[in-house]
Design a protein around this ligand. Structure first.
Ligand SMILES: *[C@@H]1O[C@H](CO)[C@@H](O)[C@H](O)[C@H]1NC(C)=O
Ligand SMILES: *[C@@H]1O[C@H](CO)[C@@H](O)[C@H](O)[C@H]1NC(C)=O
Ligand SMILES: *[C@@H]1O[C@H](CO)[C@@H](O)[C@H](O)[C@H]1NC(C)=O
Ligand SMILES: *[C@@H]1O[C@H](CO)[C@@H](O)[C@H](O)[C@H]1NC(C)=O
Ligand SMILES: *[C@@H]1O[C@H](CO)[C@@H](O)[C@H](O)[C@H]1NC(C)=O
Ligand SMILES: *[C@@H]1O[C@H](CO)[C@@H](O)[C@H](O)[C@H]1NC(C)=O
Ligand SMILES: *[C@@H]1O[C@H](CO)[C@@H](O)[C@H](O)[C@H]1NC(C)=O
Ligand SMILES: *[C@@H]1O[C@H](CO)[C@@H](O)[C@H](O)[C@H]1NC(C)=O
Ligand SMILES: *[C@@H]1O[C@H](CO)[C@@H](O)[C@H](O)[C@H]1NC(C)=O
Length: 494
């Protein structure tokens, strides 16, 4: 008996993701070529200007550059908030670690705590909403947590708290039950048509509460994200500076959710930020001096000062001295959903470079489930092939497989490691995107970067905690070395 790869009809999913992006891309090839020509023309002009400047204006330019740098240094990136940061996870029902392994509070508890602490506003950027058994046409007891979250949200208006939801188009009125219920309760919901604006989807998953607390991570507004899918995110409390900065990304989605919206270029100043990879926010997280910033994709949605998500990832890989540990559901050096096919080696190249030039240890923990793209494993094998006893290059790939009971088998689009983070010997990166070209070029996502390298001897940093999570999973009995996975179809496709 050989299981066959069958492309299931999209019923809601973690990964209607793919379908939506695929639909979106059909319309827009012409614009892409036009943009390409524009980029080349701009580059030529810039080069010409640079040459002219060097020949004619060098002394002048020199002084003005110095002034600019001084201004940057003077700019105040410090924040006086005493923020508290917590790593949060959903561990799927039935996935068990050794009794003494690292353990974090649940996404569910963290969301409930945010909702109970809310006093004035809750803003949620989301991909899709399926918080109830009704939404997924299931009768699973573990939908209970998602249903509780929805109930609490429906009560917000009565408590005098405003709720705003930005969501990607669902594609079908049958899938709008939750957002319609929220609208009915007094919430404002805006559908952000990223498919028509950028050819991508609104894939971001974050919350801003009272302009003061925030959550960001891999979990969708889906009951399965609380009990049946493995998720990782972070919740930050009492952190106005950071919550306001995330609020700017939310406001960008919000204006794009207006009728007939187009993407402003440039974005008005109120969307700009001073916090980015060059000048991160200096703030105390759990009493530890930290440098923090938020990155965003796709580039057309980044206002002035915002670091694009891909630049954040590449700079973190470049900055690693000892190791880069990556845990993402999907990893492929291609624009997964584009036609004609496009190779997209931005991340792949940097990983190979880190391994080859700096002898950094790279580990990738990737997921395998019924919806995995079989081509992904060929590219992963190519990365893993760099490692050999002779070369001393250290790069390893393991596959995480969430166990599935006969009963769980019937839950659509569940039982997968949906994490999207990276930890190096220096920083923690927690995002909302899979690692394939489309997510950084067309799809809306965001991430938080926490750098606590300047705090000497700090214990229990985010970096340490995220590393502990990675190693727990890497060494667990739910992983397999990629090359030992000879028949991933049998093992991962249920
Ligand atoms: C932060 O605190 C310092 C010293 O307590 C103070 O001088 C500064 O104005 C404060 N900054 C902000 C933005 O509140
Ligand atoms: C934790 O478990 C590991 C193996 O599962 C064991 O080697 C180690 O001694 C345990 N540590 C404690 C403190 O129990
Ligand atoms: C589920 O759907 C049924 C029929 O559509 C409806 O009667 C019921 O109230 C719904 N339950 C919830 C919890 O929304
Ligand atoms: C946030 O600040 C309030 C008031 O200072 C405090 O009571 C609360 O415990 C803080 N929350 C966290 C999670 O640290
Ligand atoms: C949006 O565009 C449609 C069709 O072009 C037009 O009828 C409608 O008035 C516009 N709405 C707004 C708010 O501009
Ligand atoms: C982390 O902060 C240090 C300064 O403490 C800086 O040199 C380094 O570039 C930062 N790393 C990243 C990835 O931003
Ligand atoms: C850091 O730890 C080392 C060794 O434990 C100690 O010698 C040093 O004084 C500590 N530095 C600070 C700033 O606490
Ligand atoms: C920060 O403090 C909170 C509350 O005490 C704790 O739950 C959390 O684990 C700490 N986070 C880190 C990164 O140490
Ligand atoms: C992993 O170990 C746990 C107990 O430590 C066990 O219950 C589970 O069946 C094991 N899973 C696999 C995939 O071997």
């Amino acid at each position: 008996m050989k299981p066959k790869v069958v492309y299931k009809p999209i019923s809601s999913p973690v990964e209607a993701e793919d379908h939506l992006i695929y639909m979106g891309r059909l319309q827009n090839n012409a614009r892409r070529y036009y943009q390409c020509a524009l980029v080349i023309a701009t580059a030529v002009t810039v080069l010409f200007c640079l040459m002219a400047a060097q020949l004619l204006l060098f002394p002048l330019l020199c002084t003005s550059l110095t002034e600019k740098t001084e201004n940057l240094v003077k700019q105040d990136n410090s924040c006086n908030d005493s923020c508290s940061i917590v790593l949060v996870e959903s561990i799927p029902e039935g996935l068990e670690y050794a009794p003494n392994s690292t353990f974090n509070p649940s996404v569910f508890d963290s969301w409930m705590s945010l909702l109970s602490q809310a006093k004035s506003s809750v803003d949620i950027a989301s991909f899709y909403w399926t918080l109830t058994n009704n939404d997924t046409h299931t009768q699973h007891p573990t939908a209970n947590e998602g249903e509780l979250i929805l109930q609490e949200m429906l009560k917000l208006k009565q408590r005098g708290i405003s709720l705003r939801v930005a969501v990607n188009p669902s594609g079908s009125p049958a899938k709008d039950a939750d957002v319609n219920a929220l609208r009915g309760s007094g919430a404002e919901v805006r559908v952000v048509n990223l498919p028509s604006l950028t050819n991508g989807v609104l894939h971001t998953k974050f919350w801003v509460v009272d302009g003061k607390h925030l959550y960001i991570g891999s979990a969708n507004m889906d009951w399965r994200s609380l009990t049946q899918v493995k998720e990782l995110g972070t919740t930050v409390y009492n952190c106005t500076c950071l919550a306001e900065d995330l609020g700017k990304i939310f406001e960008a989605y919000w204006v794009l959710g207006e009728a007939n919206a187009t993407i402003p270029s440039p974005w008005p100043d109120k969307f700009s930020t001073i916090y980015n990879k060059e000048t991160p926010m200096e703030v105390s997280l759990n009493n530890t001096a930290s440098l923090v910033y938020l990155s965003s994709s796709p580039p057309p949605l980044s206002a002035k000062g915002r670091t694009d998500d891909i630049d954040s990832i590449l700079s973190i890989i470049d900055d690693a001295k000892k190791f880069v540990y990556i845990s993402v559901m999907d990893y492929t050096p291609t624009e997964e959903f584009s036609k004609p096919r496009r190779y997209w080696p931005a991340i792949d190249n940097r990983l190979r470079k880190a391994v080859y030039e700096r002898h950094v240890t790279v580990r990738l923990l990737i997921s395998c489930w019924g919806n995995s793209n079989p081509n992904m494993f060929a590219f992963l094998n190519s990365l893993a092939a760099l490692q050999s006893k002779k070369t001393h290059y250290r790069i390893e790939v393991k596959i995480f497989i969430v166990p599935v009971s006969p009963e769980q088998k019937h839950i659509p689009f569940a039982r997968v490691n949906h994490n999207k983070y990276m930890v190096t010997d220096r920083v923690a990166y927690i995002g909302t995107s899979n690692w394939a070209g489309d997510y950084f070029i067309r799809t809306a996502g965001s991430a938080i970067v926490v750098n606590q390298t300047s705090a000497a001897n700090a214990t229990n940093t985010m970096q340490e905690q995220l590393k502990a999570v990675f190693l727990r999973d890497w060494n667990s009995n739910y992983t397999q070395v990629l090359h030992s996975l000879t028949s991933y179809k049998e093992k991962c496709i249920f």
